[in-house]
Design a protein around this ligand. Structure first.
Ligand code: SF4
Ligand code: MG
Length: 318
């Protein structure tokens, strides 16, 4: 069942439009990946969904975001505050943007259930201890009396996940949740999120620049480039037969194991910044398939057999 839908989302900061034409759906019990290089608009999409754009000086200029049948783009900040951290949770890359360094862990997590579920302090603490246990945090009752700086990066990120879960959300938005962590801890956190999606029937929007994370965890994926969704579909189809040259390039960057030299090759050319998005297809200066039409006409996202693609000359790589 689809719980969150984004349609033709456009975002502007003054005269600059860093997002245009972003569309996707996410269902309960499903992980949707949003993938792209940095600067592609992934985090802005997350901010738009969380209703955080106005606080950063941006606004939604077109399109819609519906959650559980309710239009979010017209919500007041007051109404959004009830949703945010409540039915829609956010996990960011740096746990310290969510944690207060001066307050112990327990009260920080408790506060979420007090605010959003109307629990008493005692009820909230019991719930905190239970959630920390679910997240495989050893000795949760003791951890409640610790300060964030007494914990490792991986543990801090688990606490942030606990805060996001405390209000029993329907949707969790995770923006590069493992990027700041070392590889082993990354894998643990990814597995944990995966378990939570299944056991709590959560809809998870996982934002990442890493195609191998998408391959491991996502059911469906949206590929973003220069503020647009350029391809989307089930992960199996996207990896087996990517139709967009940019998706093909991203998949080509996944290191194939240590034997291969495990180099992250990267895609030739530079990522356009929002101040110089190319006309036509934004990928055309880097695309070896580009033809004349690509430099002048923006390809729209057109549905195909299992997903959608925005390219004048879609098809698997020759
Ligand atoms: Fe390449 Fe043209 Fe497709 Fe853009 S529209 S990805 S430039 S072939
Ligand atoms: Mg980002």
């Amino acid at each position: 069942m689809t719980v969150l839908s984004v349609r033709n989302l456009q975002v502007a900061f003054g005269a600059v439009a860093p997002l245009s034409g972003v569309s996707f759906d996410v269902a309960k019990g499903e992980t949707l990946g949003i993938v792209g290089e940095s600067g592609s608009g992934k985090s802005l999409t997350a901010m738009a969904v969380m209703g955080l754009l106005p606080l950063a000086g941006g606004r939604i200029t077109a399109g819609s975001i519906t959650f559980d049948g309710q239009e979010l783009t017209t919500l007041t900040e007051k109404a959004y505050r009830r949703l945010r951290g409540g039915r829609i949770g956010l996990i960011t890359q740096n746990p310290m943007t969510s944690l207060d360094p001066l307050q112990c862990i327990g009260p920080q997590v408790d506060a979420v259930a007090v605010l959003h579920l109307g629990m008493t302090a005692r009820e909230a603490r019991a719930r905190t201890v239970e959630i920390l246990g679910t997240l495989r945090i050893p000795d949760p009752a003791t951890i409640c009396d610790r300060y964030p700086h007494q914990m490792s990066g991986g543990m801090k990120q688990r606490i942030v996940i606990a805060m996001a879960l405390a209000a029993d959300p329907d949707v969790l938005v995770a923006d590069e949740p493992t990027t700041a962590l070392d590889v082993t801890v990354q894998a643990q956190i990814i597995r944990l999120l995966d378990d939570l999606v299944k056991s709590r029937d959560l809809a998870l929007i996982l934002i990442t620049h890493d195609m191998s994370v998408v391959a491991q965890t996502c059911d469906r994926v949206v590929v973003m480039y220069a503020g647009r969704a350029v391809e989307q579909g089930p992960v199996g189809d996207i990896f087996d037969a990517p139709q967009h040259p940019y998706t093909q390039a991203l998949i080509g960057c996944i290191p194939r194991g240590l034997d291969d030299g495990a180099r992250l090759t990267g895609i030739a050319g530079t990522v356009p910044t929002v101040l110089n998005y190319p006309p036509g297809c934004p990928f055309h200066p880097r695309c070896d398939r580009a033809e004349e039409v690509c430099a002048s006409i923006v390809p729209e996202l057109e549905p195909n057999a299992t997903g959608a693609v925005a390219c004048h000359l879609p098809g698997v790589a020759p």
